[in-house]
Design a protein around this ligand. Structure first.
Ligand code: ATP
Ligand code: MG
Length: 443
């Protein structure tokens, strides 16, 4: 007889009446009189195993098995009378009558948390301290299944629009853009920094390839204690050349977001359901000037703003406002004042106190910043000087603009915040596999 090949749990329903081999972890064991039941979990799903009393050899092994033991099981696939005929039930419509059990690995100690609990409402600290084990919980698993769809869909959406994927260095020579939020590292006999944005490199790549995107790590040294910041996150960046105006950038980002959301809705239905999460409606994303948003806040929410920026509470209110007014979960806020945007931001034509830049908000929090960049060498030098900085320090960056750089711009989009808001997670840290914050460097 041919040796059995392992199949996935989701495939069991197609093998009723056959003997199959499964591998996975035990979620729970239940003893009912002489019967022993297990729930076995693999990367595809969960199925019930039953050990019958007429198999003394198997029972011997089964009695040792506890939660999170890793097993290889051979058994007969049977339809479960109560669930059969229910195609939606998938592996839950079958049960495996165990013929042999091999214990592949045993937990070395008592489990600190119960990962089989479908609710899994642990304190954030407990969840993160026991991260490796917590990742086995199906609700936590869902976060990262959706995250993987997001990364894939973002890349596909960018490629479809003619963007080429790049990777830029994360060890950088100078803390150019300000400096306060860079991590300093020892680089042989010099100091170097961890990149807090791929900005300069993606612009350089754009000046050769026209349209580029990157999925890359971003390091931020700010000592945040919020629910939406971590010190290491994954940025979804893009940069595009030959734009007619910065509206073009928002149009592309809007298309990318809509594609990503649609992909998550199609491929992540089961995972979304675990959170009672709904996909944002597919409507045109409103574009509102920041100065207009400030007026809306005052009129609708009696909220005073500090000059012309809006804080996180203001973002939340604007999110609520566009949801009820336009039925949109997203909004672009445009034309930020020059003083609060980076030196390379393109001043608005005829209104140089403002810039052709935007933020994209999703359900009331910023998920992206972007805009048109200055592409004229001299204008860029002036902008650097105007901020009291030394153009000499930007020599490598300025070189990009010496050889014919077209009008261009792009965005920096935070991946984890999208998942956080999509699922309504209390903290962004739940959407990071092994988050780094001011206090946390382990596990
Ligand atoms: P915020 O004002 O919310 O701190 P920012 O304006 O400093 O964000 P940008 O430099 O515009 O952030 O970065 C682009 C995007 O990257 C943000 O819109 C956000 O989605 C994400 N992002 C920025 N900083 C963090 C962080 N510390 N942790 C997680 N995501 C971040
Ligand atoms: Mg920003």
């Amino acid at each position: 007889m041919e040796a059995l090949k392992r199949i996935l749990i989701t495939e069991t329903a197609k093998h009723i009446g056959e003997t199959v081999m499964l591998c996975g972890w035990v979620s729970v064991r239940r003893d009912h009189g002489k019967l022993i039941f297990f729930e076995l979990r693999d990367r595809s799903g969960t199925v019930q195993l039953v050990v019958l009393p007429d198999k003394p050899n198997v029972i011997e092994g089964a009695k040792e098995v506890r939660s999170e033991y890793a097993l290889t099981v051979i058994g007969l696939v049977k339809a479960r009378p109560s669930k059969s005929g229910d195609a939606e039930a998938g592996p839950m419509s079958v049960e495996i009558e165990v013929e042999s059990i091999e214990i592949v690995a045993r937990p070395g100690e008592e489990l600190p948390i119960d990962v089989s609990n479908p609710e899994f409402n642990l304190q954030l600290e407990t969840l993160l301290n026991n991260r490796t084990l917590a990742l086995r919980n199906e609700k936590v698993h869902s976060i990262f299944s959706l995250y993987a769809i997001l990364l894939d869909a973002y890349a596909v959406a960018c490629r479809t629009r003619g963007f080429m994927e790049i990777k830029t260095p994360k060890i950088v020579p100078a803390a150019t853009e300000g400096g306060a939020n860079f991590f300093k590292i020892q680089y042989f006999d010099r100091e170097a920094f961890l990149a807090q944005s791929p900005q300069f490199y993606k612009q350089a790549a754009m000046s050769a390839f026209e349209r580029v995107f990157e999925i890359g790590t971003v390091f931020r040294a700010e000592p945040h204690f919020t629910t939406r910041h971590v010190n290491e996150y994954t940025g979804l960046d893009a940069e595009m050349g030959f734009i007619a105006s910065f509206e073009d950038i928002m149009t592309e980002l809007e298309g990318v977001m809509m594609d990503v959301v649609a992909a998550i809705g199609e491929r992540g239905r089961k995972d979304l359901e675990r959170y009672g999460a709904t996909i944002p409606p597919s409507v045109t994303i409103p574009r509102i000037r920041l100065s207009e948003a400030v007026k809306i806040l005052k009129k609708e929410y009696s909220k005073e703003t500090d000059g012309e920026d809006i804080d996180s509470e203001g973002e939340r209110m604007i999110g609520e406002y566009v949801a009820k007014t336009y039925g949109s979960d997203f909004v672009f806020l445009t034309h930020y004042p020059r003083a609060i945007r980076p030196f390379y931001s393109m001043p608005s034509a005829g209104d140089p106190n403002y810039t052709d830049t935007f933020d994209l908000l999703f359900r009331g929090i910023e998920i992206a910043s972007g805009g048109q960049r200055i592409h004229d060498y001299q204008m860029l030098v002036e902008s650097i000087k105007k901020r009291g900085m030394d153009p000499e320090a930007f020599k490598d960056y300025l070189d990009i603009f010496k050889y014919g750089t077209p009008p261009h711009g792009g965005w920096g989009l935070g991946s984890e915040r999208i998942i956080q808001k999509l699922l309504g997670l209390g903290s962004i840290k739940e959407a990071v596999l092994f988050p780094r914050d001011v206090k946390r460097l382990t596990p």
